[in-house]
Design a protein around this ligand. Structure first.
Ligand code: ZN
Ligand code: ZN
Length: 94
């Protein structure tokens, strides 16, 4: 479920969006989303891409938005953080 998260430094924003439940059915609900990523979650929803959970990472880690199909969108704050995240994927196999 789209779990509420109340630790964003910018607070939370209430969105009325479609939320996909474990049985696969989408239901319109009001949910509190981390304010700094709320516009992204809203835009995805308006484009028909529904989400199950999201968190901005609160400045401590990359943010993520879990999509209804299980994939995740990782949100990094800049190029440096992207390099840090991607460096883990670039490791040569041993
Ligand atoms: Zn935030
Ligand atoms: Zn959060």
């Amino acid at each position: 479920m789209l779990r509420p998260c109340h630790n964003c430094l910018e607070g939370s924003t209430r969105l009325i969006i479609k939320h996909v439940r474990p049985d696969g059915r989408a239901k319109q609900v009001g949910i509190d989303v981390d304010a700094c990523i709320a516009p992204i979650v809203k835009a995805l929803n308006e484009g028909g891409i529904y989400t199950m959970a999201s968190c901005c990472g609160h400045g401590k880690m990359p943010g993520s938005i879990i999509l209804a199909d299980g994939r995740e969108i990782i949100i990094v704050k800049n190029r440096d953080e992207r390099e840090l995240v991607f460096s883990a994927c670039k490791k040569e196999p041993e």
